[in-house]
Design a binder for this molecule. Structure first.
Ligand SMILES: [Zn+2]
Length: 74
């Protein structure tokens, strides 16, 4: 028995691998993943980069990502 803190992500993955079908673990993993995406998007917006892929924008009047082609929408 060890009292090391287990991250939620690991707990959820373990629950799924043990055959958890309640959907709670899947929901938790999805929430963690969404948090991560939102955090990354926020960082990229702060850097003035594409919030979807971190690419740089091209164009003067309508800025578009040079990497994924999405318009600058923030
Ligand atoms: Zn992009």
């Amino acid at each position: 028995m060890h009292d090391e803190a287990i991250p939620y992500e690991e707990m959820a993955q373990e629950a799924i691998s043990m055959g958890d079908t309640s959907g709670d673990a899947q929901m938790l993993l999805k929430a963690i993943e969404e948090d991560r995406i939102e955090e990354k998007a926020r960082f990229w917006r702060n850097q003035g980069l594409c919030q979807y892929c971190g690419g740089s924008f091209t164009g003067i009047f309508s800025k578009k990502c040079s990497s994924c082609g999405r318009p600058k929408d923030y």
